[in-house]
Design a protein around this ligand. Sequence first.
Ligand SMILES: [Zn+2]
Length: 184
Amino acid sequence: MKVCSKCEEQKSLSLYPKKTGTADGLAGHCKKCNAEASKAWRTNNQNNYVEGYKKYTAKNKNNINNSAVIWRASNKEKVSANNKKWNAMNKSARCKHSTEFKHKKTNRVPPWAGDELDVLVKEEAYKKARSMTNSTGVQHEVDHIVPLRGDTVSGLHVWNNLQVITKSENAMKKNHFVSTEVFA
Ligand SMILES: [Zn+2]
């Protein structure tokens, strides 16, 4: 038997919860008092949480854009499409820069490359390659119509030597320049 430190009733040891680190391995409060205390704590805590949340939302009414949250939640497909679009655009920009860098090293970028038209067409070409890849699911690449390091002729990394074709077409073509009516 043991006296509860809370309700001060004498109770059998089986009515006390176990607690490590005490002399008898039992808590000072009986199970009943323990349950009441934790219930009170939960209720109190719950109220604090609700009160805190109410205060927060009242204080930050203008900062919490509920409509945007609701819109995003109910337009998940649009959100993911927009994210994809953004990623693709970003990727094409990255892609362009790395390709430009690579071709600079091979001296296939002439000094007059980089004017407005050249930049615009190149950007569009990489964008188109990305969007073709996304919409068809087939990998598209920006290709040099006349290969930069061809067997017979070498082309330049300029706007009028670019086309968007599939990756497999590009692989088949490799560095063999197939003469067409345009260049014949
Ligand atoms: Zn008690």
